[in-house]
Design a protein around this ligand. Structure first.
Ligand SMILES: *[C@@H]1O[C@H](CO)[C@@H](O)[C@H](O)[C@H]1NC(C)=O
Length: 267
């Protein structure tokens, strides 16, 4: 019984140690390769996560196998903090992604998105100019809007019945309440409008402008983030259960180490 928990902690940490190698390699690859804004804002967190995982699992591995009590103690402390942090983040993610959804527009196959519908914490993030400029150039570089006009000119009625992703609906076309005239999915003639929606003035048929500065574009992005975070939060719950099990086994190993050490010290 004494050795089982030590061996189990050793094996589990060896697995996470092996796992951290491809994560770090992936991060380094991203930073070498990343010429676009989209990739560049991902590489650092990925490398940090990989390095963190590597150090923690090394501490657990050596601590459990070589019976180094203080290393195992550090390992358990870090694990405890990780569980605490992950729990807070998971609860936060569920709260933040609770609000907001696309709105059905009559006569259209796509939904439209309003920034005000989403949690105010998320709104603040995209309303910061620094953040938004990065995201914006990332959206421009990606082919989200270009893909709408790739298959020739869509007739108006066909486009109105189309399903669009949240980002396409928010960023590539003007809001329906502006009442602009359809030419192509990303080219709408501005007409005098009674709508006081600020997005109507933000719209331009220029392919580099489109609705990238619209509130609806930020809302479309938040809708994406919302569903991504929800998936991450659910995955986190599973991961948390796993961590708590590993932590409990780790605690056993730590107790065993101490018991064994004191046995050796006071025969
Ligand atoms: C949009 O369509 C109009 C009318 O066909 C055309 O004159 C204009 O050049 C187009 N604008 C862009 C940016 O493609």
């Amino acid at each position: 019984m004494v050795r089982i928990s030590n061996n189990l902690v050793g094996i589990l940490n060896f697995i996470t140690f092996l796992l951290s190698i491809p994560i770090i390699a992936g991060g380094v690859w991203l930073s070498r390769q990343g010429t676009s804004e989209c990739e560049r804002f991902l590489d650092k967190p990925v490398i940090a996560l990989g390095a963190f995982l590597m150090i923690v699992s090394l501490a657990g591995l050596i601590g459990a196998c070589c019976r180094v009590s203080w290393l195992l103690w550090v390992y358990l402390l870090v694990m405890f903090l990780l569980i605490l942090l992950l729990t807070c983040f998971t609860i936060f993610a569920f709260v933040v992604t609770n609000k907001g959804a696309g709105e059905v527009v009559s006569g259209r196959g796509y939904k439209e998105y309003r920034l005000g519908d989403y949690s105010s914490w998320l709104q603040k993030r995209v309303n910061s100019d620094k953040n938004w400029n990065k995201i914006r150039s990332c959206l421009e570089e990606s082919k989200v809007c270009k893909s709408l006009i790739d298959d020739g000119n869509t007739p108006r009625d066909e486009f109105y019945n189309k399903h669009l992703s949240a980002i396409q609906s928010g960023c590539c076309k003007p809001s329906s309440d502006c009442g602009f005239t359809y030419v192509t999915p990303t080219n709408w003639t501005k007409t005098p409008t009674t709508s006081n929606n600020p997005d109507c003035t933000a719209w331009d048929s220029n392919q580099n402008t489109l609705c990238y500065n619209c509130q609806s574009c930020k809302a479309g992005l938040l809708d994406n983030i919302k569903s991504d975070w929800k998936k991450v939060a659910i995955l986190n719950v599973v991961f948390l259960v796993f961590l708590i099990i590993v932590y409990s086994i780790g605690c056993c190993a730590f107790r065993n180490n101490r018991a064994e050490n004191s046995w050796k010290r006071y025969p």
